[in-house]
Design a protein around this ligand. Sequence first.
Ligand SMILES: [Zn+2]
Length: 84
Amino acid sequence: MSYNCPVCGFEKLTFEPYDEKGLASYQICPCCGFEFGCDDFPEKEEAFEKWRLKWIEDGCVWFSRNPPPLDWNVQEQLKQLQNR
Ligand SMILES: [Zn+2]
């Protein structure tokens, strides 16, 4: 099971960013570096948006020290995000 990052659209998060009660996983997205429960202050949706714009502006750089999945395609990922 994998989950989508609400910020960058990365589709292979190990944990659900927020559970059904809205509690954060405190996982850091390996793609955009957003930490759920930490970087979403004070307003989630707004924080997502800001972080996403900055991430795109900075050239959509892979965040984690571990390499991205072999089939990682940032253009495709952003397209999916826009469709949501
Ligand atoms: Zn992300």
